[in-house]
Design a binder for this molecule. Structure first.
Ligand code: ADP
Ligand code: MG
Length: 138
């Protein structure tokens, strides 16, 4: 486990890029932490690190987004609005959990048991307005 503190969104993006360097096809990364701790910011940095330059924002009308055109295809899921996957289409996650790509999952709780074994887990917490404590289980 590595624990560090970032002092700006740019530093959190840089950590995301460093994480992305280690990822390969099929890897799943779980991101936990309160709203505003920087989960989406970290995913943006990972996408930049993989060479994807288009905007990376929170998925809004769907549970996820896919970004193509970088070193690896990236899926970005946010399961915040789902309490559980029970009653959802069993194929819901299939478009996102692709063996050829990497997947970053914010609020993974609802997907428990359906997300495979994560390649790594990241926990983010507020320290103050600009600082975040981030733990990475490599
Ligand atoms: P989450 O996805 O966890 O809800 P976001 O990445 O969407 O969080 O938002 C994080 C917010 O906090 C952004 O407005 C960002 O500018 C701000 N912020 C301030 N300091 C940091 C930091 N050190 N790391 C990441 N984000 C930060
Ligand atoms: Mg987010």
């Amino acid at each position: 486990m590595e624990a560090l503190e970032t002092s700006s969104p740019a530093e959190t993006e840089a950590l995301g890029a460093r994480i992305a360097e280690r990822l390969g096809p099929g890897d799943v990364v779980l991101l936990s932490g309160d709203l505003g701790t920087g989960k989406t910011t970290l995913v943006r940095g990972a996408c930049r690190g993989l060479g994807f330059e288009d905007p990376v924002t929170s998925p809004t009308f769907t549970i996820g987004q896919r970004y193509e055109g970088g070193r690896l295809p990236v899926s970005h899921l946010d399961l915040y609005r789902l309490q559980t996957l029970e009653g959802e289409d069993p194929a819901l996650l299939d478009d996102y959990l692709r063996p050829e790509g990497v997947a970053f999952i914010e609020w993974p709780g609802a997907g428990e048991g359906r997300l495979g074994r994560p390649a790594l887990e990241v926990r983010l917490a507020h320290v103050d307005e600009e600082r975040r404590r981030i733990e990475v289980d490599w």
